[in-house]
Ligand binder design. Structure first.
Ligand SMILES: Nc1ncnc2c1ncn2[C@@H]1O[C@H](COP(=O)(O)OP(=O)(O)OP(=O)(O)O)[C@@H](O)[C@H]1O
Ligand SMILES: [Mg+2]
Length: 295
């Protein structure tokens, strides 16, 4: 999507470059608890709407008043220095933080207009609608077939074995793994290579037809070839799915996403078109990060 040779530092030297920071953009010294994100965190067609999201682990606050939308069928990248709250924020969207005793999430998060923290919402069902893929591939210690069939079965999506077979095959095809495993569906998922395991986890996620797929550094345990395959897969999936991906690789964010959100110390500093974030960021903290001055 965006050439990585177009990073912000280079543009700065061109005479035509637009001024970096309009006067109303706060400097780093004014990033207080009531900080308001610059750029365009909200969209016209949100699939996910997050308002005034605050997260605490015990006494310690990890996310401060985050407001952001995720649009239908977009790939949004979440970037920022280690410990800035990217994973914590991602886990708010499928209530994975519920599983951490000391974690408290406040604020409103809606998925297609429905408050996901409402007591009537079943967290297990929600996690089928909001799938998540982690840094380290974590297939179940079951066969390849069972890894993919498990979700549709427990969510009661199919009645007939032949329908389940179809879902398994289609999910593996969409995850780009079918050709490699079609003759070994009964072999253990944990016996695959790291990159294959990650594609199996993606197949498992899409088998239950989620509305959105969250990916938390899905390539950081993979070699460059496996990484390239997953990035291609993200591009293919983005035709039908909404994807929010956390990554430490700015090149990856530039390649796969159309919008990028920059977090810093638990605050959402800036959100914008990926190309703008990487070439003409509004905020000096975003600029410092993308030009490698910290992180
Ligand atoms: N289970 C937990 N218990 C207590 N504190 C936590 C927990 N998980 C995260 N934190 C704290 O919340 C803050 C944000 O952490 P988080 O893991 O969300 O950051 P991150 O941006 O994903 O970092 P990284 O890039 O290293 O993965 C950190 O200060 C971290 O120590
Ligand atoms: Mg993380």
């Amino acid at each position: 999507m965006l050439g990585i040779n177009k990073m912000a530092g280079e543009n700065r030297t061109q005479e035509s470059a637009e001024p970096l920071a309009p006067v109303n953009v706060p400097g780093p010294e004014t990033i207080n608890e009531n900080y308001e994100t610059v750029g365009s965190p909200l969209v016209d067609n949100p699939l996910v709407k997050c308002r005034n999201v605050n997260v605490h682990y015990g006494e310690k606050q990890a996310i401060f008043n985050v407001n952001i939308d995720i649009a239908k069928n977009e790939v949004i990248a979440m970037i920022g220095p280690s410990g800035c709250g990217k994973s914590t924020f991602l886990r708010c969207i499928n209530r994975m933080n519920d599983t951490i005793d000391i974690c408290r999430v406040k604020g409103d998060i809606e998925l297609e207009g429905q408050d996901i923290y409402n007591r009537s919402v079943d967290a297990v069902e929600l996690r089928a609608r909001v799938g998540i893929v982690f840094q380290k591939p974590n297939p179940f210690p079951k066969s390849i077939y069972e890894n993919v069939a498990y979700g549709p079965r427990i969510h009661g999506l199919v009645n007939r074995k032949s329908d389940l077979d179809d879902i398994v095959e289609n999910s593996l095809k969409r995850a780009g793994l079918w050709d490699e495993v079609k003759d070994d569906l009964d072999s253990s998922g944990t016996g695959l290579s790291g990159g294959q395991q990650q594609r199996l986890c993606i197949a498992r996620t899409i088998a239950v037809s989620p509305d959105i797929i969250l990916m938390d550094e899905p390539c950081s345990a993979l070699d460059p070839i496996a990484t390239a395959r997953i990035e291609q897969l993200i591009a293919d999936l983005s035709k039908n799915y909404t994807i929010a991906i956390v990554t430490h690789s700015m090149q990856q964010a530039a390649r796969v996403s159309s919008r990028t959100a920059y977090f810093h110390l638990g605050k959402l500093i800036e959100v914008g078109e990926t190309e703008v974030i990487f070439t003409r960021p509004l905020h000096s903290l975003t600029e410092a990060y993308i030009t490698g001055r910290f992180g």
